[in-house]
Ligand binder design. Structure first.
Ligand code: COA
Length: 140
């Protein structure tokens, strides 16, 4: 039975390599080496629950302009989908000071876009896929 929490970063990358077709049809030629290297350097971090995990680029460890964090992968085991697992993890990521904000992501498909919109991400730019979406906490 899949338990992402018990997997180390190398095992998460191996899992991603086996399931990459669930995320995209256009796989970067650098994948999965780029993810493995990013995790080893600390530029990327994993956040895991038993049935869901994410790989995220930390704002403070990357030289993106403008500075931002990036949600690179979010995944829930198919047997556990539709029960709020990814939603809970996403809310934790938004509050995680190690990750920081704003958080950018690229996603394809209206189902994914609506899911991230429900969590406060706003699509920027044109309507071409992949959609670029950003989350910034609302100043209170
Ligand atoms: C997208 C994904 C992480 C959602 O995980 P989850 O734990 O089922 O999410 P939640 O239960 O918190 O929320 C379910 C929502 O996800 C939406 N969703 C988005 N993409 C989906 C997909 N590919 N398959 C199923 N549901 C999806 C559902 O429509 C649902 O929305 P609703 O609450 O308005 O009905 C999961 O479907 C998945 O791992 N998909 C494959 C990988 C992927 O596409 N990751 C996202 C891009 S990096």
């Amino acid at each position: 039975m899949t338990d992402f929490k018990s997997m180390d970063d190398d095992e998460i990358v191996s899992f991603l390599a086996q399931h990459i077709d669930e995320f995209t049809d256009e796989v970067s030629p650098d994948f999965p080496r780029n993810i493995r290297l990013g995790l080893r350097s600390g530029h990327l971090v994993t956040r895991k629950q038993e049935k869901t995990f994410a790989v995220v680029a930390r704002n403070c460890r990357v030289s993106y302009r403008p500075p931002h964090a990036e949600l690179v992968f979010l995944y829930t085991d198919p047997t556990a989908r539709g029960h709020g697992q990814a939603s809970t993890l996403l809310e934790q990521i938004k509050d995680d000071p190690i990750i920081g904000f704003p958080i950018k992501l690229l996603c394809c498909g209206d189902q994914r876009r609506h899911f991230f919109e429900k969590h406060g991400f706003i699509k920027t730019g044109d309507d071409d896929e992949p959609y670029e979406m950003w989350y910034s906490p609302v100043a209170s």
